[in-house]
Design a protein around this ligand. Structure first.
Ligand code: 5GP
Ligand code: ZN
Length: 111
């Protein structure tokens, strides 16, 4: 499958790893929007939040359990979590991902 984030998981495209286990991979965003900007992705290819269902939601549970640990390890106890879904939200990579952003004060809502 021609998916950038699947290639990052495979290691054919390099990335800076923050955390990895059997179900997820976390790495630094190449174009950080905050002092800390980590992307957390399931190893299972899911196109977007719209692809989450009863068969694969276990990986989402695992990711959400891990996000506070990843944030804490990055020195964050206050941060923003974002997942852009579809064109109106400007999703550019069609492999589900969660942005963890922190380390600066943010405006009320991302434009
Ligand atoms: P989206 O716009 O789909 O919500 O987020 C995609 C994110 O992936 C963007 O923040 C972008 O900077 C990041 N990104 C795109 N290509 C690469 C890459 O090759 N390596 C890394 N580490 N991040 C990438
Ligand atoms: Zn993928």
């Amino acid at each position: 499958m021609d998916c950038l984030f699947c290639k990052i998981i495979e290691g054919t495209i390099p990335s800076t790893k923050v955390y990895e286990d059997d179900v997820m991979y976390a790495f630094r965003d190449i174009n950080p929007q905050a002092p800390v900007h980590v992307l957390v992705i399931p190893k299972l290819h899911i196109d977007s939040l719209n692809g989450v269902n009863a068969e694969n939601s276990e990986v989402i549970r695992a990711i959400f359990e891990k996000i506070p640990e990843i944030a804490k390890a990055e020195g964050l106890d206050s941060y923003r979590l974002v997942s852009n879904c579809g064109p109106d939200a400007c999703q550019t990579v069609h492999h589900l991902h969660f942005h963890i952003m922190g380390g600066r004060a943010m405006s009320g809502l991302m434009a």
